[in-house]
Design a protein around this ligand. Structure first.
Ligand code: T4K
Length: 416
């Protein structure tokens, strides 16, 4: 992929910022989710072999090879590859027999909640720990009712959910427990790779994920019967030609997606190394900026460093939203993941208008987080440019007032 993140200027003070009328730092947008793409020739060779073979989907040889490699890599018995992470979540929750109410965080990508709602299971939003950004076990306990059948924990940003506490709660209350590990491919929890916790775990291999298969996902599990059920469910319930024994859907991974996965898996360590370099560069550069902090990864664990998560505190002097606006003016398309929380999106907002009353930490965290561009498409020089913008923007109340004025000017200047 061409790295078009050449800097067009040096930012020394706020007068150099695009939000005050200067030219943007980057000529073309710098995205948060630019795909990591492995060796192009290796991928094209696989794509050619696939075309020659005349086998494009339906549990083909490349999908099976990818499943074997992922299961071996994670140290799990089964990997069931799927067409995307959302369908994988739906199939996993259905195979576990979840119904009634299921406890999930609101601070996650909306697919975690939608996968339940789509099956007429009620997602019950529990609050998070403001430090880890993952489910707070005490909050989970408070949300249990006689209708609760399970918990879907989320390893947000690839940082593990409190697996021991959630397992204890599930045991105590007879609940099923699974994880949305969409962000956590290649990350560990007390030395064990994610994929080995709960009854099953779901990965997303979407284009924007650290490891991608264009679109794709997988459910991994150590439960033989569960794996078998999910394999049936992803293929309409077919057990043989003309023989359907289960209600199913179409959750199959295509061969071209698997070819991308096999290719990207070969460069897994290189992707991690680049993400880690970027994360450490951001951490170093931002450490001296009052009011800003990059969420740390536990370096005693394995991490994919996929997300560089910035937390903005009042000390910074300007609000998170103004900061994002200023970055966008520079062509840095930072994201406010996962604002405003699922409970503030439809249909949850209308169905459960008071859900926010028990989610104070979710609100607090969702209002202070910004996710910054990283991945193989982002150079260190670009990161230094981005952090020079962050330095010039803050911190002072005076700048906030100037920005308030500049914001309206910028809104007038920016194309619709
Ligand atoms: N659970 C969790 C916790 C998840 O985070 C996700 C997905 C899921 C479940 C569901 O898994 P999947 O069914 O998607 O496999 C993006 C991704 O689409 C989504 O997969 C991901 N989470 C989420 C965190 O991010 P958006 O709405 O932000 O996508 P979009 O189109 O704005 O793209 C994000 C950035 O990436 C943009 O700056 C553009 C850039 N981009 C995107 C694509 C597709 C590229 O540069 N190249 C590309 O090919 O959701």
């Amino acid at each position: 992929m061409s790295l078009s993140n050449a800097l067009t200027k040096v930012v020394k003070s706020r007068h150099d910022l695009a939000i005050f009328g200067a030219q943007p730092m980057f000529a073309s947008p710098l995205h948060v989710g630019r795909p990591n793409v492995g060796n192009r020739d290796r991928f094209l060779a696989r794509a050619a072999a696939m075309l020659d073979s005349g086998w494009l989907s339906n549990n083909g040889p490349m999908a099976r090879e990818l499943e074997t490699r992922i299961a071996a890599f994670l140290g799990v018995r089964h990997c069931v590859a799927m067409c995307n992470g959302t369908i994988a979540l739906e199939i996993a929750t259905r195979a576990l027999g979840l119904k009634g109410e299921v406890i999930v965080p609101s601070y996650t990508f909306v697919a975690t909640a939608h996968a339940l709602q789509w099956q007429e299971i009620t997602p019950i939003f529990a609050d998070i720990d403001p430090v880890t950004h993952t489910l707070d076990p005490d909050a989970v306990r408070r949300m249990i009712t006689p209708r609760t059948t399970g918990i879907v924990g989320v390893h947000l940003w690839g940082r593990p959910a409190p697996t021991s506490d959630l397992a204890a709660i599930a045991r105590e209350h007879g609940l099923r427990l699974m994880y949305d590990a969409s962000h956590g491919f290649g990350c560990s929890n007390r030395g064990t790779l994610l994929g080995n916790f709960g009854e099953c775990e779901v990965f997303s291999f979407h284009a924007t994920k650290f490891f991608n298969t264009f679109e794709g996902g997988a459910v991994v599990t150590n439960d033989d019967a569960l794996a078998e059920k999910m394999r049936l469910m992803r293929n309409f319930g077919f057990v043989d030609y003309d023989k359907v024994i289960y209600p199913g859907t179409n959750g199959k991974m295509t061969e071209v997606a698997a070819a991308m996965g096999l290719t990207n898996l070969e460069q897994f360590d290189a992707f991690v190394a680049i993400n880690r370099r970027n994360y450490e560069c951001y951490r170093r550069e931002i450490a001296s900026i009052p009011g800003l902090a990059v969420l740390p990864y536990d370096t005693a664990e394995r991490n994919n460093f996929q997300y560089v998560v910035l937390e903005v505190s009042p000390e910074y002097g300007i609000s998170r939203d103004r900061l994002v606006q200023a970055l966008h003016a520079e062509n840095v398309l930072a994201r406010k993941y996962f604002w405003p929380g699922c409970h503030n999106m439809e249909p949850y907002r209308s169905c459960y208008p008071h859900a926010g009353l028990v989610l104070p930490r979710t609100k607090e965290v969702a209002e202070r987080v910004v996710v910054l561009p990283t991945g193989t498409a982002v150079r260190v020089e670009a990161i230094r440019g981005i952090t020079s913008i962050l330095r010039a923007l803050g911190p002072s109340g005076e700048k906030e007032r100037s920005l308030e004025t500049a914001a309206s000017t910028a809104a007038e200047l920016s194309p619709a």
